[in-house]
Design a protein around this ligand. Structure first.
Ligand SMILES: NC(=O)c1ccc[n+]([C@@H]2O[C@H](COP(=O)([O-])OP(=O)(O)OC[C@H]3O[C@@H](n4cnc5c(N)ncnc54)[C@H](O)[C@@H]3O)[C@@H](O)[C@H]2O)c1
Ligand SMILES: [Fe+2]
Length: 387
């Protein structure tokens, strides 16, 4: 007997190495009547020249592009509101997120906020709280990590340190374009952190206590296969096209998986690390990943053993031994990328763990998906193990 389920994703996905170089033509074909587009990105990507071929082709195909480049990592609310005001002034008819998860997340919110004044951002946090429609929305990632190009999720930093999510079907783009050429120059540390974020999406989708479904399972398994085999090759040689293409596709598959079978305690415990200490999202995940999996093992060992078949082919033994093999392999991969492995290595002090544990408890949207209930004392024990 199969549980009923619902699966939503983008209606159109274009996977094409070099697609950015003909972005104007691609968008012209899909949106023949539109002219004014706003490109949502961050200052580094804009000034680095990475976007120039895309911007040139947009101009060549009659697009009036306004580049909004003030996105910063873990975007705070005021950045979203200021960017929305700029998009409104520019009369944007189409919103294009072109960057990492931070840029794509801001693009989603501009698309729902710019065309209307009835519903404020502050009324949109939570699941299915958005009551308005949006502008046409296209997403183009430059990191192989968040999967934001295919998810209904946007993460905003509210106040000083709280990361909050807007989750609503309106945030699913009309079109996602994967051009791995854009990721060739991504530095090693960012490649590793964002790639591990994507692996966590696949792992948590596969073990989600709510909404786990066979489509997400299939995508999560394929994602984990692509990501686990290509993470180290992509870190060793950023210009390895095959590895970059595999990572980008894997991150998108993982995004499709968790958009419908949501992430859990790894993300819930990672958010306070990003919110309070401004540690990049993928690195925050990597720091707690092995410790959360060890905590979850008593409830999720059967599923972890299935994932071990993918990540550690030939792993022998019973489910507990396979689970152990999975966790050890992930730890080895994290170590091989040379990103920091312990909370103390990213400037966190032992005295800070208590506040992190109490902040993690606020992520109820995520904790309900965890295969094993997490108390504040559990969270503190996990952070202590990760310290
Ligand atoms: N919406 C979702 O479903 C979802 C899922 C997971 C995470 N997130 C959010 O996404 C954000 C993290 O996104 P991210 O990890 O992609 O990082 P990011 O967008 O914050 O970018 C990180 C850094 O990498 C740089 N960068 C990006 N692409 C580059 C490239 N090709 N070459 C060189 N440098 C490049 C950026 O300029 C920036 O300095 C967080 O706010 C996180 O909470 C969202
Ligand atoms: Fe994530």
């Amino acid at each position: 007997m199969m549980n009923p389920f619902r699966f939503q994703t983008v209606p159109t996905l274009i996977v094409e190495f070099g697609a950015a170089r003909r972005l104007g033509a691609l968008l012209r074909a899909q949106f023949p009547a539109l002219q004014r587009l706003c490109v949502v990105t961050d200052g580094f990507l804009h000034t680095s020249g990475l976007l120039n071929p895309a911007l040139a082709d947009l101009a060549a195909h009659g697009w009036h592009a306004t580049v909004i480049d003030d996105v910063i990592a873990d975007p705070p609310e005021h950045i979203v509101l200021e960017a929305t005001a700029r998009a409104r002034t520019a009369g944007a008819e189409l919103v294009l997120g072109l960057g990492g998860g931070s840029s794509m997340d801001v693009a989603k919110l501009i698309a729902v906020l710019a065309p209307q004044q009835e519903q404020a951002l502050s009324d949109m946090y939570g699941v299915n709280k958005v009551s308005v429609s949006r502008l046409p929305l296209v997403q183009m990632p430059t990191t192989a990590g968040t999967g934001s190009e295919v998810t209904a999720v946007s993460i905003v930093t509210v106040g000083e340190a709280k990361k909050m999510g807007v989750v609503a079907p309106q945030l699913i783009a009309d079109l996602a374009i994967l051009d791995a050429e854009l990721t060739l120059g991504l530095p090693v540390a960012a490649t590793a952190a964002t790639g591990i974020d994507a692996m966590v999406h696949a792992i948590e989708a596969y073990t989600s206590a709510r909404l786990k479904n066979p489509v997400s399972d299939t995508l999560a398994i394929k994602a984990l296969e692509l990501l686990s085999r290509n993470l180290l090759p992509a870190c060793e040689d950023g210009h390895n096209r095959e590895a970059r293409e595999a990572m980008l596709l894997g991150a998108t598959f993982a995004g499709q998986a968790f958009a419908n079978s949501p992430v859990a305690a790894v993300h819930a415990l990672a958010y306070p690390i990003g919110g309070i200490y401004h540690v990049p999202h993928g690195l925050s995940n990597a720091l707690v990943l092995p410790h959360v999996l060890r905590f979850n093992a008593e409830s999720a060992a059967d599923r972890y053993a299935e994932l071990a078949e993918v990540v550690v082919p030939g792993a022998a033994g019973n489910v507990d031994e396979k689970t152990q093999a999975l966790i050890e392999k992930l730890e080895q991969m994290i170590a091989a990328t040379a990103i920091p492995a312990r909370l103390r290595d990213v400037g966190i002090e032992r005295e800070g763990l208590g506040r992190m544990a109490s902040d993690a408890m606020l992520q109820t949207r995520l904790l309900v998906n965890n295969p094993r209930p997490v108390s504040e004392a559990d969270a503190l024990a996990i952070y202590t193990a990760a310290f």
